[in-house]
Ligand binder design. Structure first.
Ligand SMILES: Nc1ncnc2c1ncn2[C@@H]1O[C@H](COP(=O)(O)OP(=O)(O)OP(=O)(O)O)[C@@H](O)[C@H]1O
Ligand SMILES: [Mg+2]
Length: 837
């Protein structure tokens, strides 16, 4: 590490990095990388399998269980000891393997959309993943790029950098090779910091620090921790705490009851511990991860790549989607179709000035610039020399270039027409004469503008002024311009957007269009596409409204035009303040703050790095239809996780009631510790098919979020119902069949497995269960586990497990009870799963 490298001479730093500042060779870079590691803030260290195992076994409950069974082993019950240890190991390994596979899937998806950087290797420009960068590399940066490491500016051209992520300072700062090192890191004008974004211009950078050694790397860990949990994560956590409390209560109750009734203490203790292990939702994190990874995989197949897994819930819950215009509602195939002077006739002068401006501008090339250059491709722009520029930014909405031709210096400005017109005091006529820009002429020009805008055509205005002998553009030097004319662009509406928006609206997602373009242009587009959009607010309106006033208006208005990046952010916040779950889809630097603030930040594959970095999900095709499919998948994933949670909480609650009661009335333990664990393991295994399941049409029809009261209601209805049938089983076995202890346990094991496992087919859908078929994968895992559970008492291993085979009459009675239970569950579920609007 080179401390304060930006305050030393460049030569010294180059020396320390053992390079000449012209780029590394591939071999050298590979060697450096093996020394310093990959350029990732938090290296995705592969945890060792043993570490995972140790972490799970360190769970106090499991530790106590293992110790207690060890004691049982020493006092003679070796079989129990062996079985308990192998079962704990088996289910732990199962848990680890599934979770790791899920994490690997998610990581691979994320890698597929990793950011890249243009780096000089072996003397050539090469596009490589950012994680490949090493100290000594030379990287080329352009507007829209994220600075990939800490380093020094070697060369720069109007490089404008936003360092808000590091310094909180929202205004762009200029970076130059000869910039002053400054006292504070953020002030150093020759220093580029990882995590800041290039918003204009271009720069060449020497990489000095990578990975966790960057400034950002050092604070990133704390940033990660301070990310507020989503509503779903909070819900899961609250539920976990609730279950743990109930479990502790129950276990103590059962233990004390047995001890008070004078039962063998060690068995009672082992039983209580096994119950505790069975009741704690330790598998919940794994199931959630697996279901989310599975969802992410399916979404990737539907062209939505998920960067943050938990955003899948937010996507399912999203009820407002804000989108920008270009690329999502239009084809982004922009062409210049006219370039009128003030008389309305096409003027070569206007086209030439605009092209010079677009050619020399080094900032973010917008599609408008490309259209301009394409149009002027036949025209020779030689003879023009660039002297200076003021790059585009979204507050000024214009670009100024100082250029010279035949010894005459002009400052050429192009930008949003109304802004530019306000800065002009003269206009250029077709014959080249300058005439005063009076009210009449202004009105004439605005009429020309409005006529085009009403047809949905985008426009840029072009203006200029004599620069005399100046070689630099002075700040705020844009007044007193001469208006030259307009460049008129066409961007065909994207027809597929109409159906996509209709589908989203049908799925309960309101669409809002938020654009930096002129209101008339966006309104025309929205009308052409027949989108259900009402109300308009412009950036000026938004600026006049305070946060509260904006929040009051924001739900009724669906179209926002001429808004600045900061206003996009305010609109998202206002919607959130109204309790909406907000998605924001955008591709530009100007969209990044809003993408970051939204509950679901969305961007597209071809977007700027800054937007892609801010997003939670990336659409591989710039099409809203892709998003519709993604939303369905998100809701389905959520529905499947809820199935597991509902199953788990209700059967746990039922078991607790039953066990408490059984401990009081039965003269023996209803199950041995080994049997409780076996029951638990088979149940868990049977659930592994849930992530594959289809979702109910009703579950994907509307946005849905975590609903604790509904879950509690479900548990309070379905839990006791299962207890009723457990008790009926007790009564039948004890009073009718008078079975012995081993048979009792075998029968009760079978009944409890069958009710717990089969009820998934009832709970998984709100429709009658025979009408909505489960996924074959789920059917298979469930029935296989049930078959094993039913077969156990009849196998040679039965005696070791403490089972004796029940008679046919007992099994038939159990089958009847289970059937009755399923029918009652089916009848009660409509009350348990509330109707949702
Ligand atoms: N290269 C440029 N040169 C001059 N002016 C520009 C340039 N790019 C954009 N502008 C001006 O800034 C305005 C806002 O930019 P832009 O339309 O890209 O915003 P946006 O919010 O991304 O819009 P959209 O919703 O279409 O994606 C444009 O309407 C135009 O007036
Ligand atoms: Mg845009």
């Amino acid at each position: 590490m080179i401390a304060d490298f930006w305050q030393r001479p460049l030569a010294e730093t180059l020396d320390a990095l053992q390079t000449d500042g012209k780029g590394l060779s591939t071999d050298d870079a590979t060697r450096r990388r093996s020394e310093v590691g990959s350029n990732e803030v938090q290296a995705t260290r592969r945890r060792h399998l043993l570490v995972d195992l140790g972490r799970r076994l360190a769970n106090p409950l499991i530790a106590i269980l293992l110790v207690a069974s060890g004691v049982a082993g020493l006092t003679g019950d070796v079989a129990s000891f062996v079985i308990i240890v192998s079962m704990v190991l088996l289910s732990t390994i199962l848990d680890i393997v599934q979770e790791r596979r899920a994490e690997a899937t998610a990581a691979a998806l994320k890698r597929s959309i990793a950011l890249t950087a243009r780096v000089i290797r072996d003397g050539n420009e090469d596009e490589r993943p950012v994680s490949d960068l090493v100290p000594g590399d030379v990287v080329l940066l352009a507007a829209g790029d994220l600075v990939p490491a800490d380093g020094l500016v070697i060369a720069a051209n109007a490089a404008q950098v936003n360092q808000a992520a590091l310094t909180g300072e929202a205004y762009p700062v200029e970076k130059r090779a000869d910039g002053k090192p400054g006292d504070a890191v953020g002030d150093a004008a020759n220093l580029l910091l990882q995590g800041s974004s290039m918003i204009g211009g271009a720069a060449t950078m020497l990489v000095v620090e990578t990975g966790a050694r960057t400034r950002f790397g050092q604070i990133a860990v704390s940033l990660e921790a301070s990310q507020p949990p989503t509503a779903f994560e909070r819900g899961i956590h609250k539920l976990g705490v609730l279950i743990v409390r109930l479990t502790v209560f129950l276990v103590l109750f059962v233990l004390l009851a047995h001890l008070a009734l004078g039962r063998p203490p060690l068995q009672a203790f082992l039983f209580a511990m096994a119950l505790a292990v069975g009741l704690t939702p330790e598998l919940l994190p794994m199931i959630v991860t697996v279901a989310l990874a599975r969802g992410a995989q399916r979404m990737a197949a539907a062209k939505v790549v998920v960067k943050r897994l938990s955003a899948i819930h937010d996507l399912g819950q999203m009820d407002v989607l804000c989108t920008d215009k270009t690329g999502t509602l239009t084809e982004a195939r922009i062409a210049m179709i006219a370039h009128p002077g003030i008389d309305g006739h096409d003027s070569d002068r206007v086209a030439e000035l605009a092209a010079v401006n677009a050619r020399f501008e080094t900032g973010l090339k917008s599609p408008l610039d490309e259209a301009l250059l394409l149009h002027g491709a036949g025209r020779a722009l030689d003879g023009w020399i660039k002297l200076d520029e003021r790059p585009f930014d979204f507050e000024r909405r214009r670009v100024s270039v100082l250029a010279e031709q035949d010894g005459r210096r002009l400052e050429i400005v192009k930008g949003a027409p109304e802004t530019l017109l306000a800065l002009c005091d003269r206009a250029e006529a077709a014959d080249g004469t300058l005439i005063p820009l009076d009210a009449v002429l202004r009105e004439q020009i605005m009429a020309l503008h409005d006529g085009h805008a009403a047809q949905g055509l985008r426009m840029l205005a072009v203006a200029w002024k004599d620069a005399g002998s100046r070689t630099r553009i002075e700040t705020d030097d844009d007044a007193g311009l001469v208006f030259a004319g307009l460049c008129v662009f066409i961007d065909p509406p994207k027809q597929s957007a109409t159906t996509a928006v209709a589908r989203l609206e049908a799925a309960g997602v309101r669409i809002k269009v938020i654009s930096g373009d002129a209101a008339a242009v966006v309104e025309h587009l929205v009308k052409t596409l027949a989108l259900p959009i009402e109300g308009v607010l412009t950036g000026e309106d938004v600026a006049r409204l305070g946060d509260d006033a904006l929040a009051a208006r924001v739900e009724q208005v669906d179209l926002f035009a001429r808004v600045s990046p900061d206003q996009k952010l305010r609109i998202v916040r206002a919607l959130q303040a109204r309790g909406r779950t907000v998605g924001f889809l955008g591709d530009g630097i100007n969209d990044a703050p809003a993408i970051r603030a939204a509950d679901v930040g969305l961007s597209v594959d071809g977007a700027t790095d800054v937007a892609r970095e801010a997003a939670d999900m990336i659409l591989l095709a710039p099409d809203l239809n892709v998003l519709v499919d993604g939303v369905r998948e998100g809701r389905r994933t959520y529905a499947n996780i809820m199935k597991y949670i509902r199953m788990g909480t209700s059967s746990n609650f039922g078991n607790m009631l039953t066990m408490a009661l059984a401990s009081l009335v039965l003269p023996f333990l209803p199950l041995t510790a080994v049997q409780v664990l076996l029951n638990n393991m088979l149940y868990d295994l049977s659930q592994t098919g849930i992530p594959f399941d289809r979702a109910d049409a009703r579950d994907v029809a509307a946005p849905r979020g975590w609903d604790m009261p509904a879950l509690v209601r479900f548990t309070l209805i379905m839990g006791p119902l299962s207890s009723v049938f457990d008790i009926a089983t007790f009564v039948a076995l004890e009073r009718v069949f008078h079975v012995d202890v081993a048979t009792f346990r075998a029968a009760w094991f079978a009944e409890s497995m069958a009710t717990q496992i089969l009820v998934v087919f009832v709970i998984r859908t709100a429709a009658p269960f025979w009408k909505d078929r489960a996924h074959p994968g789920l059917v298979m895992t469930t029935l296989a586990c049930l078959a094993v559970a039913l077969a156990l008492p009849f196998l040679p291993i039965a005696a070791t497990l403490g089972f004796a085979a029940p008679s046919l009459a007992v099994m038939a009675t159990l089958a009847g009870l289970v059937a009755l239970y399923l029918v009652s569950a089916e009848a009660l579920k409509r009350a348990a799963i509330p109707e949702r609007g």
